[in-house]
Design a protein around this ligand. Structure first.
Ligand code: 3PG
Length: 371
């Protein structure tokens, strides 16, 4: 990958920066600005060199405006929001840009061409700029027009954060340090099978938490009550025999209005598993203490409904450890931001699903497209 420091004659050139400002928004307000903060070094670098910067991003599945994102972005850096993507308004705004100015275009997914990976849409976007920069690691696993077609139409470069993501996350599969502890939470078992299989080979211990653990507990023959489970458990019976695999032996369940800490094999039919139990965190604590590399993706409980405790406790334990710590996943990162702990880890990724694909395949379509 070529990085932005290799771009020559930046002054006055129009640079399309594909960022990922797909931020959590509630009641019209941005809840977490982590991804904005992480894109700023690239934006600042190019602005100082007097580029004309055009920021492009998606938000949600399409249909939403980026106006709330523009408002937050403006607290960090002066930008002008253009509520248009490739139309006349945008073309005029780009024509009138002065060196060092920044504009943010409207949600790319408001044009069907983005998700359909339309060549025409990509060509129209390319007409707006002279250079393309990918600073959107979290969406680089999507074969969208602005991710895989645009870099083929313009000279293309990797943003500073994208480079850091690739470098740091590669430590997981490129001669990892040992003992290597991989912690995997969240849900969607079927999408995580390849990852679990791969890291059962690469890591020394693979701890499974979150709703993912429910599938394993169910496969062990335990009652999981009304807990969230996957629709498929293909391949699980083989994985479960692996000695490196560690499951929570204690869970927190919602029983009526109460939260109860209990043995994982004592869950009742009407209960819902919300979190790892405190003894399970204790088990993880000793592995965290001895690990030299900790890779963690996905929350360990249903954090939005009272299952945040074990994730917070484990975050504190990892923060204290001397191991290289690489953490990611949207929900976990939101918690890290809330707890103001980012500086305590070796690397906090901006990615969600993109991390899983990168860890499983060693690259992403958006990264390959830059070469
Ligand atoms: C993310 O937030 O994980 C990325 O922006 C990708 O979003 P998507 O899953 O809607 O493609």
């Amino acid at each position: 990958m070529r990085g932005i420091k290799q771009i020559k004659n930046i002054r006055g050139r129009k640079i399309l920066i594909r960022v990922d400002f797909n931020l959590p928004i509630k009641n019209g307000k941005v809840e977490d600005d982590f991804r904005i903060k992480k894109a700023l070094p690239t934006i600042n670098f190019l602005q100082k060199k007097a580029a004309k910067i055009i920021l492009i991003t998606h938000l949600g599945k399409g249909g939403d405006t980026l106006a709330p994102v523009a408002e937050v972005l403006n607290k960090f850096i002066k930008i002008k929001f253009v509520p248009d993507i490739i139309g006349e308004k945008t073309q005029k705004a780009v024509r009138n840009m002065k060196n060092g100015e920044i504009i943010l275009l409207e949600n790319l997914r408001n044009n069907a061409g983005e998700k359909e990976c339309s060549k025409i849409f990509a060509v129209n976007l390319a007409k707006l700029g002279d250079i393309y920069v990918n600073e959107a690691f979290p969406v680089s696993h999507r074969e969208d027009a602005s991710i895989i077609l645009l870099p083929k139409l313009l000279p293309s470069y990797a943003g500073l954060q994208l480079e850091k993501e690739v470098k740091n996350l590669s430590h997981a599969f490129n001669k990892p340090k040992h003992p290597f502890l991989f912690i995997l939470g969240g849900a969607k078992f079927s999408t995580k099978i390849p990852l679990i299989k791969k890291y059962l080979k690469l890591a020394d211990h693979v701890f499974i938490g979150g709703a993912l653990a429910n599938d394993f507990l169910k496969s062990k023959g335990y009652e999981v009550g009304q807990s969230l489970v996957s629709d498929t458990n293909y391949g699980i019976s083989k994985i479960i025999k692996n000695k490196k695999l560690i499951l929570p032996d204690y869970v927190v369940v919602k029983s009526g209005d109460k939260l109860i800490n209990k043995k994982a094999n004592e869950v009742k039919k009407d209960e819902i598993i919300l979190d790892n139990g405190s003894q399970a965190v204790g088990k993880l604590a000793s592995l965290i203490k001895t690990a030299k590399l900790i890779l963690w993706n996905g929350p360990l409980g249903k954090y939005e409904v009272g299952g945040a405790r074990s994730t917070k406790e484990v975050l504190k334990l990892v923060a204290l450890s001397k191991a290289e710590s690489i953490i990611g996943g949207g929900d976990t990162v939101t918690m890290i931001s809330e707890m103001n702990m980012e500086h305590k880890f070796s690397f906090v990724s901006t990615g969600g699903g993109a991390i899983l694909d990168f860890l499983a395949n060693g690259t992403l379509p958006g990264i390959t497209a830059l070469k």
